[in-house]
Design a binder for this molecule. Structure first.
Ligand SMILES: [Zn+2]
Ligand SMILES: [Zn+2]
Length: 764
C-alpha cells in the first residue's frame, strides 16, 4: 500500500477526484439506492418512532431536517460548496459557531442561563411538534440521532453542573413546571443509563480481575487485515463461545487498483460465526480503524463500543450510509470494562493524533492480551490526559500474555515530540507574520492541531475559518462534544472572510497531502471560489507527506510558490505514533510473555521485533503474522496454526466486491493498451457477411493518422471471417475467437502492443 492515508482519509474527497461522469453516475445510483433503503427500513423505523418522539422531547430540534435527505442524494457533489457550508445538506459552520458559544457557556451557567435554557426548550418543543407533523409519513433519521445527541450533551452538561454547583435536580430548572419535568425526566433517564453502565462496568471489572488464566484454554487471534498494508485494521479474538473484534478499518487502493475508491476487509470468517460475535471494539476514530463499519455492519449488525469522540465520528459515517438507526452504538469511557461473552474488554487512555484514542486490554480465559491501537506517549498533550502508563504497568505487574503493539514508527529512533511543540512553532510564525494572512494545511482529523491554530489565532486576534468538507465534519463533531475550546466569535464562515482584513484571519484547510480536490490544491491552482493567493499569504504545511504522496505534495508546494506565497514546513508537524524509545517504555511496563507486532508494513513490524528482543522477550515468543493468519495462544504457547479467507474487498462506487481480479486486469489492460472494437454484420441463415468490418478504437492509436493500419486490420479480419465460413459456419463464438486471435497477432507483429480486442457480431 503506497498511500498511507490514515489521518486524512476522506472517501468523499477521493470520489471527487474521479471524473465528472462517474460522479454523476454514483449520485444517481445513490439516489436510487437511498430510496430503496428508506422503503425497506420503513417498518423498522415506524416501530421505533414512538420511542424517538419521546426521547426527542426537550431536545433541540433540527430545523433543516425535513427534505434534506433527498436534497443530499440528488445534488451533484460540489466540494467547494459542500466544504464550506454543509454537512448532510444542513448548514454546518453556523452550527459550529453556535456550538462554540455553547462550549464557553457552562462557565457562566448561572440562573439566567438556566432560565434561557428552559425557554429554549419550550420553543424547541413547538418546533419539534411542527417537525413531527410534517414528517408523519416519513420518520426522520435526524430526529432519533438528534435526540440521542441531546441526551449525551445533557449528560455532559449535567455532570459539569453537578460538579460546579451541586445538584440541579434539587434546585429545579426554572421556567414552567412542564418544561422542568420534561427536562429532568430526560436527565434522570441519562443518569440511570449512566449508572447502569457504571454498574455493568464494575461487574465486568470484578470478573476480569478475578480471572485466573487457564493452562488448557486457547484463544485464537485472527488477523483479518492490517498487517500487509497500512490501513484496513481489523483483528478478531476467538474463544470457545465468543468472538470480539478490534477495529474495522478501510484502506486506500493500490495504484494498480484502477477506479477503486477504497478497500475493506473480507469478513467471511466472522459471518460464518455470526452468533459468536459479541461486538466491535474500536480504538479510535481514524478511517483505517472505523472506515469499513458502514459496509460491515450491513452484513453483521453487532454492537460497536467506542469512546465518545470515536463514536461521534462513527455516527457521521453511519448517518451518510443511512445505517444510524439500526446500528447498536455504545459509548465507553476510559477505565470502563465491557463484558463480552468469554471476554472482558477494558479501554485504556492513550495519546495519538486524534483524541479519545484507546488501547484495549482483552481479558481472556487464557490471560490478558493487550492491543495498543495507534498510540504515542505525550506527556504534555494539548487536550486531556497523558497516556495511562500506570494502568499499563499495573497490567504488566499482574501478567500480560501477549502484546499487539503499533509498529508505524518502529523504524524511527528516539521519542515522538509532544503535540505542544507544534503549538510553539505556530506561535512563532504568527508572531513573525502579523501583516499577512496565514493558511494552515493539516489532516482533517487532527483536532488538537486545529486547537493550536485556534489558540495562536486568539492570542493574535485573528478570526479562524475552517475549509474543506472532511475537516468541517470532524471539527464540527469535535467542537459539538467539547473537544475544541474556543472563544465566542473566533470561528467565522468562509463567506464572511472578506469582512476582515487578511492579516486578521487564518484559514485551516485540508489538502496537506496534495489531494487534488482539497481546499489547498484548489487555492494553489486558482480554482478556489473564495480565496485567491498572493505574496501576502503564508502557508503552513502542518503534516509530512505520507509515503506515496510526496510527488503530489511537492506539486502543490510548487504551485503555491508560483503564486509568490511563503510556504513553511519546518517543525510544523509531529507524528501520532510511538518511536523506538516509547515502544521500549511500553514493553518495559507491560513485560508481555508473547509479542505480535501489528500496524505497519513488514519492515516496520520487523523493527518492532528488534525492540521486543532487545527488551528481553525471548526470540521464539515474537511472532510475525500475516493477514489471514490464525494465531493460537495459550498461557504456554503462541503459534500460527491456520490460515483463513481474508484480504481486501474492493469498493467501486456503490459496488462492494463486484470488481474482482478479472475486472481489474481488464482495467489495467485498457489503461495501458486501449481497446479495439470490431463490428461485423452477418445475414441470419446464410451467414454471409453483409456489413463491416467496422473498427472503432479508444486509447489505442489515433485513427486518422493510422488509416493504413486500420485498413490492413480490416483485411486480416476479412480473411479470418472467410476461413470461419468454410469450417465453422454459424458458430459465432468460434468466429469471435478467431478474429480476436488473428488481429491480436497482427497488431503485436506490427506495433508490439496488446490492446483489448472486442469483436461484436450482429445477425440481421
Ligand atoms: Zn490512527
Ligand atoms: Zn491507524
Amino acid at each position: 500500500m503506497k498511500k498511507r492515508q490514515e489521518e486524512i482519509i476522506n472517501i468523499q474527497d477521493l470520489r471527487n477526484n474521479k471524473s465528472g461522469r462517474k460522479q454523476a453516475d454514483n449520485t444517481s445510483k445513490k439516489t436510487a439506492k437511498a430510496g430503496k433503503a428508506a422503503k425497506g427500513a420503513g417498518t423498522d423505523k415506524a416501530s421505533k418512532k414512538t420511542k424517538t418522539g419521546k426521547a426527542a422531547k426537550g431536545a433541540k430540534p433540527d430545523k433543516t431536517a425535513p427534505g434534506t435527505k433527498s436534497a443530499k442524494a440528488g445534488k451533484p457533489v460540489s466540494s467547494e460548496k459542500a466544504g464550506s457550508t454543509e454537512r448532510n445538506g444542513k448548514p454546518i459552520l453556523p452550527e459550529i459557531i453556535a456550538k462554540a458559544e455553547k462550549v464557553v457557556r457552562p462557565e457562566k451557567a448561572g440562573k439566567a442561563a438556566r432560565v434561557k435554557k428552559a425557554k429554549k426548550a419550550s420553543v424547541s418543543k413547538k418546533l419539534l411538534r411542527k417537525q413531527e407533523n410534517r414528517e408523519k409519513n416519513r420518520p426522520s433519521l435526524f430526529t432519533l440521532q438528534e435526540a440521542e445527541r441531546a441526551k449525551e450533551r445533557k449528560l455532559i452538561e449535567l455532570k459539569q453542573d453537578i460538579q460546579n454547583q451541586g445538584s440541579l435536580l434539587q434546585e429545579g430548572f426554572g421556567g414552567s413546571a412542564e418544561n422542568s419535568a420534561a427536562v429532568s425526566a430526560s436527565y434522570i433517564m441519562a443518569i440511570k443509563e449512566d449508572r447502569r453502565q457504571r454498574e455493568l462496568s464494575e461487574l465486568a471489572k470484578k470478573r476480569a480481575s478475578s480471572l485466573i488464566p487457564d493452562r488448557d484454554k486457547k484463544i485464537k487471534i485472527i488477523f483479518l487485515g492490517g498487517l500487509e498494508q497500512i490501513g484496513m485494521n481489523i483483528t478478531a479474538f476467538e474463544s470457545d463461545n465468543s468472538i470480539v473484534v478490534v477495529d474495522c478499518g478501510m484502506a486506500f487502493p493500490n495504484e494498480d487498483m484502477l477506479g477503486i475508491d477504497l478497500v475493506i476487509p473480507d469478513i467471511t470468517y466472522l459471518k460464518e460465526r455470526a452468533t459468536k460475535v459479541e461486538g466491535f471494539f474500536i480504538t479510535h476514530g481514524h478511517e483505517d480503524h472505523i472506515g469499513a463499519l458502514p459496509y460491515v455492519l450491513k452484513e453483521l449488525n453487532v454492537p460497536v463500543y467506542a469512546t465518545r469522540l470515536t463514536r461521534a465520528l462513527i455516527e457521521n459515517k453511519l448517518r451518510e450510509a443511512e445505517l444510524l438507526d439500526s446500528a447498536k452504538l455504545r459509548t465507553v469511557e476510559f477505565g470502563d470494562f465491557v463484558g463480552a461473552g468469554d471476554f472482558t474488554v477494558e479501554f485504556i487512555k492513550t495519546n495519538h493524533s486524534i483524541q479519545d484514542a484507546a488501547a484495549l486490554a482483552i481479558h481472556t480465559p487464557a490471560g490478558v492480551i493487550l492491543h495498543t491501537g495507534d498510540f504515542k506517549v505525550d506527556y504534555t498533550p494539548v487536550f486531556g490526559d497523558t497516556i495511562d502508563l500506570q494502568r499499563f504497568a499495573e497490567l504488566g505487574k499482574n501478567g500480560v500474555l501477549a502484546l499487539l503493539c503499533d509498529s508505524t514508527n518502529a523504524v524511527r529512533q528516539g521519542f515522538t515530540m509532544s503535540e505542544r511543540t507544534v503549538g510553539k512553532t505556530f506561535e512563532a510564525i504568527f508572531a513573525e507574520h502579523t501583516d499577512k494572512r496565514i493558511i494552515v494545511a493539516t489532516f482533517a482529523s487532527n483536532v488538537d492541531r486545529v486547537q493550536q491554530v485556534i489558540n495562536a489565532a486568539e492570542k493574535h486576534d485573528r478570526k479562524v475559518v475552517i475549509d474543506g468538507r472532511s475537516m468541517v465534519n470532524v471539527i464540527g463533531t469535535a467542537s459539538e462534544l467539547g473537544y475544541i475550546q474556543l472563544k465566542e466569535g473566533t470561528l467565522i464562515d468562509i463567506a464572511q472572510i472578506r469582512n476582515y482584513p487578511p492579516e486578521k484571519t487564518v484559514l485551516v484547510v485540508t489538502g496537506s497531502q496534495g489531494e487534488s480536490m482539497a481546499a489547498l490544491s484548489r487555492m494553489a491552482t486558482g480554482q478556489h471560489r473564495k480565496v485567491s493567493l498572493s505574496e501576502k499569504d503564508v502557508i503552513i504545511m502542518s503534516s509530512t507527506p505520507i509515503p506515496g504522496n510526496e510527488k503530489a505534495v511537492s506539486r502543490v508546494i510548487n504551485e503555491l510558490s508560483r503564486r509568490h506565497t511563503k510556504v513553511i514546513y519546518q517543525d510544523t508537524h509531529v507524528s501520532g505514533h510511538a518511536c523506538v524509545e516509547e515502544l521500549k517504555l511500553i514493553y518495559a511496563l507491560v513485560h508481555p510473555k508473547f509479542s505480535i507486532p501489528v500496524h505497519g508494513e513488514f519492515r516496520h513490524r520487523l523493527a518492532q521485533r528488534e525492540v521486543a528482543l532487545a527488551i528481553g522477550v525471548p526470540k521464539p515468543n515474537v511472532l510475525m503474522a500475516e493477514t489471514g493468519d490464525v494465531v493460537e495462544i495459550s498461557p504456554e504457547s503462541c503459534e500460527i496454526t491456520d490460515h483463513v479467507q481474508a484480504g481486501p474487498i474492493m469498493v467501486d462506487g456503490l459496488g462492494v466486491g463486484d470488481v474482482g481480479n478479472i475486472v481489474l486486469r481488464d482495467r489495467q489492460s485498457l489503461s495501458q493498451n486501449g481497446i479495439i472494437i470490431v463490428v461485423l454484420a452477418v445475414e441470419a441463415g446464410s451467414g454471409q457477411l453483409i456489413g463491416g468490418p467496422e473498427i472503432v478504437t479508444r486509447g489505442f492509436v489515433y485513427v486518422r493518422e493510422n488509416e493504413d493500419l486500420i485498413e490492413e486490420s480490416k483485411k486480416v479480419i476479412l480473411e479470418s471471417v472467410d476461413r470461419c465460413m468454410t469450417t465453422h459456419n454459424g458458430d459465432w463464438a468460434h468466429m469471435k475467437n478467431v478474429v480476436r486471435d488473428d488481429l491480436d497477432k497482427f497488431i503485436w507483429h506490427r506495433m508490439k502492443r496488446t490492446p483489448m480486442i472486442l469483436p461484436i457480431i450482429s445477425e440481421v
